[in-house]
Write a protein that binds this ligand. Structure first.
Ligand SMILES: CCCCCCCC/C=C\CCCCCCCC(=O)SCCNC(=O)CCNC(=O)[C@H](O)C(C)(C)COP(=O)(O)O
Ligand SMILES: Nc1ncnc2c1ncn2[C@@H]1O[C@H](COP(=O)(O)O)[C@@H](OP(=O)(O)O)[C@H]1O
Length: 324
């Protein structure tokens, strides 16, 4: 942990050798795990899921509402649902989460275009490369993975299938059982039943929030030099150094300006709504184990895009690091 703070001017004016030696004398966090500050940010996700799950068990209103394990939800009738947020048709779900990757991407694009900390083309390009990587991760897990997405493949691997609806049985239609995606199954009138259904909502909300926290958080933190960078990286010669040694812009360069800007504030709204909806999913939907696997799947994507580059210089050369 850093014990001293430098003014923007001091840091910017210091000779590179002075900066490098200051960096090398600091106690280091490991490049293989998130920094202590990141750990606090990331702990919000399991804490929200644990709190929501405990709340759902303790709340008399939620406990007494009928729950259907096939649809992963409480009774949807407005008179029986334990809350407006327990209904899949709630506007925050339909307009926000169901288009969640779009909203996150919009906030991110605005930040990349408008925030002065991303002033160079290289920084913008590397931020976009990281967006493409997390988007590919989202796409493979929830939309398509050389056929059905990973969530639907996992459901089938764990014994799930599309169960025939009554009408299809009467009509002798057995093709419904062979549907390999949840969407196709439900559209054909079947029930997507019997397997482990990784929570797509938990996955999407955690990955998109962690992405915005990394991209906007580190950029703003270095821009304002509000707190000194704790990240460390493994160099090509194997030495571990502060990420600052690779920084193109001095920490604190924007100290005198607005730290977040309009785009940073928009990101804050998206992050706030994401966390609220994560809490709602935690309280009203899915089993605790499906929420946990949603969280773990998002954690793998986060680790690959944000931690792996810290200890593999060649990867870092392509994807860069936020704020550096
Ligand atoms: C060799 C092949 C290589 C392929 C490489 C693929 C790389 C993928 C990269 C990009 C492709 C996609 C481009 C995406 C552009 C992004 C723009 C958007 O954001 S799309 C519009 C908004 N749509 C969404 O946000 C949908 C979000 N919803 C979901 O993901 C799901 O509905 C859910 C996870 C919320 C859960 O669904 P549910 O049905 O279970 O409730
Ligand atoms: N916070 C939330 N608000 C409303 N519906 C939610 C929700 N979290 C999950 N759901 C619903 O619960 C089901 C399982 O979600 P997921 O697997 O993505 O976590 C989905 O139903 P539908 O697919 O019928 O819309 C989804 O819409």
């Amino acid at each position: 942990m850093v014990t001293t703070r430098r003014g923007a001017e001091t840091w910017a004016e210091a000779a590179p050798s002075t900066r490098a030696s200051a960096a090398s004398t600091r106690p280091r966090s490991s490049p293989y795990v998130p920094t202590p500050l990141e750990q606090i940010g990331l702990a919000i996700f399991p804490a929200t899921l644990i709190f929501g799950t405990i709340f759902s068990v303790l709340s008399p209103q939620t406990r007494s509402a009928p729950y259907d394990h096939v649809t992963q939800s409480h009774a949807q009738d407005p008179t029986m649902a334990p809350s407006y947020f327990a209904r899949k048709s709630n506007l925050f779900n339909v307009l926000f989460v169901k288009q969640g990757w779009g909203w996150m991407s919009l906030a991110f694009i605005l930040f990349v275009l408008l925030h002065p900390s991303l002033s160079t083309q290289v920084r913008r390009l590397q931020a976009c490369v990281r967006w493409v990587l997390v988007t590919a991760c989202w796409f493979f897990v929830t939309q398509w993975f050389f056929g059905p997405p990973i969530i639907d493949r996992g459901f089938r691997w764990t014994g799930g299938r599309c169960e025939l609806a009554e009408m299809e049985v009467e009509m002798g239609d057995t093709s419904v059982g062979e549907k390999v995606t949840a969407v196709a199954c439900k559209a054909a009138g079947g029930k997507w039943k019997g397997g482990h259904d990784i929570s797509g909502h938990v996955f999407l909300l955690v990955l998109s929030t962690a992405f915005l926290m990394e991209e906007v958080g580190w950029a703003v933190l270095r821009w304002a030099n509000w707190r000194e960078d704790e990240r460390t990286v493994v160099m090509a010669d194997g030495a571990t150094k502060s990420a600052n040694v690779e920084a193109g812009v001095a920490a604190g360069a924007g100290r005198a300006q607005s730290w977040f800007g309009l785009s940073g504030k928009i990101t804050g709204v998206v992050v706030g709504l994401n966390l609220w909806m994560l809490l709602m999913t935690a309280i009203y939907f899915h089993t605790w184990f499906e929420k946990l696997t949603g969280l773990l799947t998002a954690t793998v994507g986060f680790y690959v895009v944000y931690i792996v580059p810290r200890f593999i210089p060649a990867v870092r050369g392509v994807v860069g690091m936020p704020g550096i």
